[in-house]
Design a protein around this ligand. Structure first.
Ligand SMILES: Nc1nc2c(ncn2[C@@H]2O[C@H](COP(=O)(O)OP(=O)(O)OP(=O)(O)O)[C@@H](O)[C@H]2O)c(=O)[nH]1
Ligand SMILES: [Mg+2]
Length: 368
């Protein structure tokens, strides 16, 4: 984590489901879409909780099912009716808790509107609870709910002790329990799920709508071929609108393509709007030319760069970052093993952090 430098927003994805697709465009267009990410230590019950809420198993890989752990990001969704008659569409991005898969976690959690920080009541705070929480803070995630899972596996006194420990851990952060909810649940018995749904409804109502009139940008998080369809990509549309038959460009590769079909949360649609989990069936491009981390946008609208200004924050737990240190840079779904140079000035980041919390510097790709 010490050298994980990430900047700005990220993004996520949805599923392209063949057959039985209904034209639900009008309904979906009217529904506010909110992206919820999970975060937390391995085996603390993230995927089980998403399944208990949505009925969908976000672990889609055969290896995940065999090993009983999440390896890559998974997706689910839920329609949440509000007391005033509105309905929110919640898109869930479920991330792996295993420390080895933290880069997949980073690809999933960027661009989320709110986080469910999941802590198992029988284990309390563990290393990836801290690491994922730090990542959420670095990403400037503003909203969330802390969920104590597996409440059925501890007695009331233990639950209270964990609650106090978590309370202390979150103090002063965006999840400080004086203003953010902390809910104890059990995915096994269903206890606490209604309270969690209410908390989700309340927070989802506070999430500002994304700009569907802005430039369309779809950071790709999945690429695959579907029999009878061809090339499919998925992602969370971070801004703008993408319509069927539209021409797009894949950045940074520069290839043009045509949107043959659009699906939003697994249902066929005429268009996808900002904030929706989106799948696109593409013509004029093969899966070999696409990868997670690329972005789709209208032709000639974005520019590739190998240098950028950043505002850097170093976690107190991180080692000092030396002049010209090599770091991994993450943005949206970009999960590069690329390294960047840290050019000037000749000072360590400890000094930077102690003298000013957030410091502007620039990064240069070593391939530059
Ligand atoms: N008793 C009890 N067990 C649970 C509960 N939720 C999950 N589990 C069990 O805990 C184990 C891990 O659950 P997962 O949902 O896969 O945990 P995870 O956080 O998604 O794990 P990773 O994605 O690999 O980090 C499984 O054996 C679940 O059956 C719960 O509420 N109560
Ligand atoms: Mg999981």
């Amino acid at each position: 984590m010490a050298k994980l430098l990430r900047a700005a927003v990220f993004a996520l994805a949805g599923d392209f489901i063949a057959g039985n697709a209904v034209e639900t465009d009008t309904i979906l267009f009217a529904m506010k879409s909110v992206i919820v990410g999970t975060a937390g230590h391995i085996d603390h019950g993230k995927t089980s909780l998403v399944k208990a809420l949505t009925g969908i198993d976000a672990d889609r890989l055969e290896e995940e099912k065999r090993r009983g752990i999440t390896i890559d990001i998974g997706f689910a969704h839920l329609n949440l009716p509000t007391p005033n008659g509105e309905t929110f569409r919640l898109g869930f991005v479920d991330v792996p808790g295993h420390e080895r898969f933290v880069r997949n976690m980073l690809a999933g959690v960027g661009g989320i509107d709110l986080v469910l920080l999941i802590i198992a009541a029988d284990e309390g705070i563990k290393p990836q609870t801290r690491e994922h929480f730090d990542i959420c803070r670095l990403l400037a995630v503003k909203r969330g709910i802390t969920v104590l899972t597996k409440s059925d596996s501890v007695d009331a006194d233990t639950l209270e002790v964990v609650r106090l420990e978590v309370d202390d851990f979150l103090r002063g952060s965006f999840l400080d329990t004086s203003h953010a909810p902390l809910v104890a649940v059990s995915a096994l018995t269903g206890v606490g799920l209604d309270e969690l749904r209410s908390a989700l409804t309340k927070i989802a109502a506070e999430v500002p709508a994304r700009d569907s009139a802005a430039l369309a940008r779809l950071p790709i998080d999945r690429v695959f071929t579907m029999k009878g369809f061809g090339t499919v990509v998925t992602g969370t549309l971070v801004s703008g609108t993408i319509r069927k038959e539209e021409e797009l460009e894949v950045f940074p590769a520069g290839q043009r393509l045509r949107v043959r079909g659009v699906q939003v949360y697994g249902a066929a649609a005429e268009q996808a709007i900002a904030g929706q989990r989106t799948a696109l069936n593409l013509a004029g491009i093969s899966t070999d030319d696409l990868a997670r981390g690329m972005t789709l946008a209208p032709p000639n609208t974005l520019h590739s760069t190998s240098r950028l200004d950043v505002s850097l924050s170093l976690l107190p737990s991180a080692k000092p970052l030396k002049d010209r240190a090599r770091v991994h840079f993450h943005a949206f779904t970009i999960n590069p093993m690329r390294s960047f140079a840290w050019p000037t000035p000749r000072c360590s980041c400890r000094e930077i952090v102690s003298s000013c919390d957030s410091f502007r510097r620039w990064l240069r790709s070593e391939e530059d």
